[in-house]
Design a protein around this ligand. Structure first.
Ligand SMILES: Nc1nc2c(ncn2[C@@H]2O[C@H](COP(=O)(O)OP(=O)(O)OP(=O)(O)O)[C@@H](O)[C@H]2O)c(=O)[nH]1
Ligand SMILES: [Mg+2]
Length: 298
């Protein structure tokens, strides 16, 4: 019997309420940034797939938007549909929470968990725990909340216990040949990732001034031999938000575009020429036509 006969491959959905560190976990497991992260809740909007291939297994991770419980725009309902759909047909679900913080919004997200697929509880951000003695009672409490297949405390950002998490996931993966070649990191389009990288830089460089209601549309994506040409438009809800993004003498927008371009070049392995515009589109989070143009199924 060869090694390949024992090879395991499976799909793993990463779910949980906003801001628990799902995307950070994905990036750290892959050791490559493909999913955007921020201090703000509701950062991830689309399903982002990341592929990790090791000598004995291929893990296909599905990062999802944080499960929305607080606001009820059409965008939020569309994001929740993305989460629900992502759990269909996977081999394992990672339900991520912040250690010691298990609240109403986690409970609402937990109700969505499948009963017929192994669910691993990932208690993230253990680096923030002052008193490690509290871990055991918290773990015991969590094991009474749901029939978890396993419970693993980790710190995604500090890379604590990620190897343990991987070997726990491994034990639930089916024996199967890899579906992707070992150098593939994501099957998401560069088009989608380019838009996400711009959105992340916008979050980071505008601080708290900018509300959640911004979106990025890629108008043009031309992949040439040595260069990718990208034209993008940032949509905001109000004209004062447009001013915040553009900044004094256009400096802020220049910074956003420069930083996004640098990360794209790193991931795409090519030079990128990026031009970004800002436009006002009122209440787009409830606009069916706009949401459809962003690729949501309504
Ligand atoms: N201290 C600490 N912070 C973390 C850890 N993991 C993630 N974070 C931080 O938590 C915040 C949210 O992280 P994200 O990865 O964007 O969270 P998310 O669950 O993907 O959020 P949504 O996409 O909005 O649902 C960021 O500021 C991260 O730096 C961790 O292990 N320890
Ligand atoms: Mg995220």
């Amino acid at each position: 019997m060869s090694v390949m006969d024992n090879f395991r491959t499976g799909h793993i959905a990463i779910v949980g309420r906003p801001n628990v560190g799902k995307s950070t976990l994905l990036n750290q497991l892959l050791q490559q940034k493909i999913s955007i992260t921020s201090k703000k809740a509701q950062t991830t909007r689309f399903q982002i797939n990341g592929i990790l291939t090791e000598s004995n297994a291929q893990y296909i991770f599905i990062d999802t938007p944080g499960f929305q419980t607080q606001f009820s725009s059409r965008l939020n309902s569309a994001m929740n549909r993305v989460v629900r759909r992502s759990m269909h047909g996977v081999d394992v679900v990672l339900f991520v929470i912040e250690v010691m913080l298990f609240g109403e919004r986690d409970i609402v997200a937990m109700r969505e968990l499948p009963k017929d697929i192994p669910v691993i509880l990932v208690m993230n951000k253990i680096d923030l725990m002052a008193d490690k003695n509290l871990l055991l009672p918290f773990t015991q409490r969590m094991s009474s909340e749901f029939d978890f297949a396993a419970i693993v405390p980790v710190s995604a950002s500090q890379k604590i216990q990620l190897t343990e998490l991987l070997s726990t996931i491994y034990s639930y993966l089916p024996i199967s040949q890899p579906l992707y070649s070992s150098d593939e990191i994501t099957d998401c389009s560069q088009y989608l990732i380019a838009g996400e990288f711009i959105r992340e830089k916008m979050f980071r460089l505008t601080g708290d001034e900018l509300p959640y209601s911004t979106a990025v549309v890629i108008d043009q994506f031309i992949d040439q031999e040595k260069l990718i040409r990208i034209h993008a438009t940032i949509f905001v809800g109000k004209s004062n938000q447009k001013a915040i993004i553009i900044g004094k003498n256009g400096e802020k927008l220049k910074q956003i575009a420069m930083k996004a371009r640098q990360e794209m070049e790193l991931l795409f392995g090519k030079k990128v020429f990026l031009q970004v515009w800002v436009k006002v589109k009122r209440d787009w989070v409830n606009n069916e036509a706009v949401l459809k143009s962003f690729g949501y199924e309504l």
